[in-house]
Ligand binder design. Structure first.
Ligand SMILES: Cc1ncc(COP(=O)(O)O)c(C=O)c1O
Length: 414
């Protein structure tokens, strides 16, 4: 069975709105479009009951119920318990707070492994702990392909290692890292594993019960929702954290690692994501006895196949050009390489390519995307960065064909 793209696109107002309908949008790793189920819920919250939730009056109760619905939906989606998740303003902030909350565990000389493949969100907050005598060990990407080699991690890990921080999928290189193997190595020496799922979650529905990590974070504004970040920790790992909110909120899972407090309307809208996934499931598979998590996973098998097809359409063109360097693998497989494709063209600065594509109503990104260390490790000029084409399941073959033809017309002949 194939993903019914007409049905998919009909759920997203952006594909029919006058301002956006003519655009081929490929900057999804920067933030995706939202289905009507999300924008409707957000509008409903603001218009119908934008009041302090959990109060005595009906409007307030309704506001609280909608937030509760979202906490339950997001937890179910990733097969987690509600008290294992924190929904905070962003992944960067969630990681920062997590790092502070674990600081008390470490002594001078303890080691934390970070990569130079990650987005800075899962690097900088850990590196800051060196101010307290913690030693940072860097797991470096291969200079040619930008990939992380497990043998290098084996060399870095020792009985001094306390945490291994690594992305599930780089926002530039696109390869899915073997998190089970990483976690196995880290756990062998008693270290915790902090996984960044921001570039992974738009493509895969992870299962917190089997992912094998201790902490996992992703951003809902890149997964068809509002601008929030979800942080999951296993109960055992959460017990190791120190609360970072007000002292009287110490035992409240929604506040402990979220000193800001929940952002009401943004959270209330998140149930629109799972509502959309369920609509997709019902359309493709009919009524089902499966739970929400299993339904989403089944739907995402179709998503994975579709995204791999799109990615290979672009990769097949790019890899035939001698003047283009692709970051990471030049072939996509579901679960192997995401449809996030970064490249550098010898003949033209990345920003110029993005600008010229924009003239044809094609939206791509250009720059370092806060994976500055990765760009530098690959010997590229950070001022120029890369062009990034990030596709998700609502992109179409027609859009990718237009992209390929337009790149071909912009760049000088091969
Ligand atoms: C791989 C990756 N990790 C982390 C982040 C940070 O997420 P947020 O913007 O929610 O802080 C991003 C944002 O682009 C990202 O791409």
């Amino acid at each position: 069975m194939e993903l019914d793209l007409d049905f998919v696109r009909a759920q997203f107002p952006a594909f029919s709105a006058e301002e956006t309908r003519d655009w081929a949008f490929f900057e999804n790793a920067g933030g995706s479009y939202v289905p009507a189920t999300v924008s409707d819920r957000l509008a409903r919250f603001f218009v119908d009951h934008k009041v302090q939730p959990y109060g005595a009056f009906a409007l307030s109760k309704q506001a609280g119920e909608e937030m509760d619905e979202s906490y339950a939906a997001i937890a179910s989606l990733i097969n987690a318990a509600e008290d294992e998740i924190t929904i905070g303003p962003s992944t960067t902030l969630n990681f920062y707070i997590l790092a502070q909350s674990l600081r008390h565990l470490f002594r001078a000389g303890d080691e934390i492994v970070v990569t130079n493949q990650d987005h800075e969100a899962n690097i900088g907050c850990w590196r800051r702990l060196s101010e307290h005598g913690i030693v940072i060990r860097e797991w470096c990407v291969g200079k040619a392909d930008g990939e992380l080699d497990l043998n290098d991690l084996e060399e870095l890990i020792s009985d001094k290692t306390r945490i291994v921080c690594c992305t599930l999928c780089s926002n530039l290189v696109g390869t899915h890292n073997d998190m089970a193997a990483i976690a196995e190595m880290a756990h062998r020496v008693g270290a915790l594993v902090v996984a960044d799922g921001v570039s992974y979650a738009p493509h895969v529905i992870p299962d917190m019960k089997s992912l094998g990590v201790d902490f996992y974070a992703y951003s809902t504004y890149k997964t068809f929702g509002t601008h929030q970040g979800v942080l999951w920790g296993s109960r055992k790992s959460l017990k190791k954290t120190e609360g970072q909110g007000h002292f009287f909120n110490e035992e409240k899972s929604r506040y402990r690692l979220n000193p800001t407090g929940p952002q009401h309307a943004q959270i209330a809208a998140l149930a629109g994501i799972t509502e959309y996934f369920d609509d997709l499931h019902k359309h493709h598979f009919g009524q089902s006895d499966l739970g929400l998590h299993e339904r989403a996973r089944q739907t995402f098998e179709l998503v994975g196949d579709h995204e791999a097809k799109l990615a290979n359409l672009l990769l097949d063109y790019l890899k035939d050009r001698e003047d283009i360097r692709i970051l990471g693998q030049d072939h996509a497989t579901p679960g192997g390489r995401a449809s996030t494709i970064a490249f550098h063209a010898r003949a033209m600065p990345s920003k110029h390519i993005a600008e010229q594509l924009a003239d044809s109503k094609i939206g791509v990104g250009a720059g370092d995307f806060y994976a500055l260390r990765c760009v530098e490790a690959l010997g590229m000029d950070p001022a120029d960065g890369v062009v990034r084409v990030s596709m998700v399941h609502y992109n179409s073959v027609e859009e990718v064909t237009k992209l390929v033809e337009t790149i071909d017309s912009i760049l000088p002949g091969n």
